[in-house]
Design a protein around this ligand. Structure first.
Ligand SMILES: [Fe+2]
Length: 253
């Protein structure tokens, strides 16, 4: 039997074998190129979906002058703080994207509530508190952004369990959400509101340190403040210290 096979193989001319090998190799290379094309197309689809969601977030900000630029700042700072925490680039990028889209769910909050000057009534708070869940639902159909949806859902949780929507505490809060929370609070404090002036960078950092280990993750606060030290020149807003009171205690809606 083996002798028969050997005879058959030696009967195949060497040129034919070489040609068959070259064909096999060519189709293998072609398959690799197809795989690369599919990978690139998938990334393009991801980018398009992400750009559309970003368009929604921008439309939302256009309704409210006081939050303009908020999503972009929170997104950028979240990504940088995640890197400073030692997370892998891909994970940090995803946290940055979730930071950009964190308030997407406010699209479901009536404008009268969004734009209200002054403290919210209880029923208005109820409407406002739905935005993390609504935001997570908006991005839920996109499988590649599953971790982002979780980050969005939990960005208003607090380390001591007093946040919403699920009252998660400590390490039960996804790390991405703990990162976005710090960037969100910092930006809210250093932005002027109709009912209070913006805090200075130093006053906001003081507030973050006071909340570290209470409502905010201590390690994230350290990484965030470290990141901001490098970016300080890019933070143009400086305001009166006077407002670090009631409104500042619950800064991020
Ligand atoms: Fe929010």
């Amino acid at each position: 039997m083996r002798d028969g096979l050997a005879r058959e193989l030696t009967a195949v001319p060497a040129d034919d074998l070489a040609m068959a090998y070259r064909r096999l190799n060519a189709s293998y290379q072609q398959t690799l190129r197809y795989a690369e094309d599919v990978r690139r197309l998938y990334q393009q689809v991801q980018r398009s979906v992400y750009q559309s969601l970003l368009g929604l977030a921008n439309a939302l900000e256009a309704k409210d002058a006081y939050t303009r630029g908020h999503s972009e700042r929170v997104g950028a700072w979240s990504g940088q703080a995640a890197l400073a925490l030692g997370l892998a680039r891909e994970e940090a990028e995803l946290i940055g994207q979730a930071g950009l889209l964190h308030d997407l769910g406010k699209i479901g909050v009536p404008e009268a509530v969004l734009r209200k000057r002054g403290p919210l009534e209880e029923d208005e708070w109820t409407q406002m508190r739905r935005h993390p869940v609504v935001g997570a639902q908006i991005v839920a159909p996109f499988e590649f952004f599953a971790a982002g949806a979780i980050t969005i859902r939990h960005h208003h949780e607090r380390l001591d369990g007093s946040g919403y929507p699920d009252g998660l505490a400590g390490a039960a809060i996804p790390l991405g959400a703990r990162v976005v929370a710090v960037a969100d609070v910092y930006d809210a404090l250093t932005s002027a509101r109709p009912y209070r002036a913006a805090l200075t960078h130093a006053a906001a950092v003081e507030h973050l340190h006071a909340e570290a280990g209470r409502t905010l993750d201590g390690a994230v606060v350290v990484a965030f403040v470290e990141t901001m030290r490098g970016l300080r020149e890019e933070v143009p807003r400086v305001g009166a210290r006077a407002a670090l009171s009631g409104a500042a205690a619950a800064p991020a809606r």
